[in-house]
Design a protein around this ligand. Structure first.
Ligand code: HAM
Length: 466
């Protein structure tokens, strides 16, 4: 059971998780990601009712707030990404969360679940159909094309963070608003580009301290060889009893038979066991490309599994696809996924530039990360001069300002109190030093600095901090 961090909360104990939380999580109601957010608002609602306050407005199902430890985990994921990705020559791009719907329809594919069932689409006041981005690749490419930043043969390396939106059934690790760290390398068709992107992902996950992950790789062929494979697959499915496939797969058989391969429904899984494998249908170019990727990945010491059923849920992939999975986070096992998407830039109106990239799901990574401790504050400025309007609080605020200008972190009292209560507060905040301004200190222009680690204390002139 984890205490919820909520600064200044007078009713801290009531923020513990209730026995109901498991049930709420299972139904996806007030979904949590790493465990904290839902615990906050439910007790608040109860508190508000108990005190006769107006009922608090609650967040949308499948969306989460983040405090304390969860927030720190996200900050760490972002700063480690900046560090590792910069070493690979990637620069950060910031793109809008809202795009024209046609970008995703064209880019991701009308027949995908993402476009067909999961997008948050609406008509704006100017009668335009807009969509909250369900992923970042299409938006990054749109931005680069618009800025003239894609040139075949001159790779651009970009990464982006941010919220994505998919109307899926919420559960552990699956949110309607979730966050991705996305990286795209545009302009190179070479297998070495795929490998660099995969190695960058591996380095990143290692630096975050996340182990026990499986790297799965596949090649989906290209515009030349995939149609032959598709035909072989369709013929195979037609030779079977169609009724044994789920309703979605009966439709997919006609629109995109490759998607049947990664259906999780047990009946469909059994049906695809003997399906033709794409590896047997790759053209010579795709075979050579994929074996160059595998050979270099092995030479870099990355253990991987070949997964001929790895087709990914977005239509733009060509050749290499990959996914990183974990068995430790429940049913939603994929923590990252990506691949090559030659042809997509052109399809979106840009030059004929190839590309390869990946995205990590930040909520899923957070489930695998070690607890992120709060940084320990340097000081707490305690005012124990309780004389009315003595000016000691003002002196503390001004001293706190000077300490922060020297690079120290900490907080000041606004309310004077007894030494006992102030030291208790300093202990709770786990500060390194407690600066005390009592009546004697204030009158003498001094501050007592108590070392909370070693136990000693000394008296200093406040003016010495100027
Ligand atoms: P994706 O596999 O759809 O790929 O998503 C990437 C990652 O986002 C997943 O592996 C998962 O960790 C996370 N994710 C997806 N949906 C959810 C959700 N509803 N809740 C929580 N996490 C989720 C893409 O989005 C591609 N754009 C990746 C890419 C970049 N390919 C090439 N470049």
């Amino acid at each position: 059971m984890r205490m919820v961090f909520f600064p200044g909360a007078a009713h801290r104990k009531s923020f513990r998780r209730t026995p109901n939380d498991g049930a709420r999580r299972a139904t996806g109601d007030a979904v949590l990601t790493t465990g904290v957010p839902e615990a906050i608002f439910q007790p608040f609602a109860n508190l508000n009712r108990a005190h006769g306050f107006m009922s608090a407005i609650q967040k949308i199902k499948g969306f989460a707030d983040m405090f304390g430890e969860d927030s720190r985990a996200f900050t760490r994921m972002e700063s480690v990404a900046r560090d590792i990705f910069t070493r690979y020559g990637f620069g950060e791009v910031r793109i809008p969360v809202l795009e024209r719907t046609e970008l995703f329809a064209k880019g991701i594919g009308e027949d995908t679940d993402v476009v067909g069932k999961e997008m948050y689409t609406f008509t704006d006041r100017g009668d335009r159909s807009l969509t909250l981005r369900p992923e970042a690749t299409a938006g990054v490419l749109r931005a680069c094309i618009e800025a003239g930043a894609v040139e075949p043969g001159k790779p651009s390396r970009l990464f982006a963070f941010g919220p994505m939106f998919r109307y899926e059934r919420p559960q552990k690790g699956r949110m309607r608003q979730f966050h991705q760290i996305d990286a795209e390398l545009l302009g190179s068709p070479e297998p070495q580009a795929d490998v660099e992107v995969i190695l960058m992902l591996r380095d990143y996950l290692e630096e975050l301290g996340i182990g026990d992950l499986s790297f799965e790789l596949n090649s989906l062929g290209c515009r030349e060889c995939r149609p032959h494979y598709r035909a072989a697959l369709t013929a195979y499915f037609e030779s079977l009893d169609e009724e044994k496939l789920c309703e979605d797969c009966r439709r997919r058989m006609k629109t995109n038979p490759l998607r049947v391969l990664d259906c999780k429904v047990p009946g469909c899984k059994a049906m695809v066991e003997k399906a033709p494998a794409i590896a047997d249908h790759l053209c010579a170019g795709c075979r050579d490309h994929f074996s160059a990727v595998l050979s270099l990945v092995s030479r870099a010491g990355l253990a991987y599994t070949l997964n001929p059923r790895l087709v990914r849920g977005l239509d733009y992939y060509q050749r290499t696809t990959f996914e990183v999975t974990s068995g430790a986070i429940g049913a939603q096992t994929a923590v990252a996924g990506g691949g090559r998407y030659d042809g997509l830039v052109q399809q979106l109106g840009g030059p004929d530039a190839p590309g390869v990239g990946f995205a990590c799901g930040m909520e899923r990574l957070a489930l695998l990360m070690e607890k992120q401790e709060a940084p320990r504050p340097d000081f707490f400025l305690a005012v124990t001069d309780t004389r009315e309007k003595s000016g000691a609080v003002d002196a503390a605020i001004l001293l706190g300002h000077k300490l922060r200008l020297r690079g120290l972190s900490g907080e000041c009292d606004y309310e004077p109190g007894s030494m006992k209560s102030r030291l208790r507060r300093a202990g709770k905040l786990n500060v390194k030093k407690c600066y005390i301004i009592g009546p004697e200190e204030f009158d003498a222009g001094k501050v007592t600095v108590k070392d909370m680690e070693e136990g000693g204390q000394l008296s200093l002139d406040i003016a010495a901090f100027d």
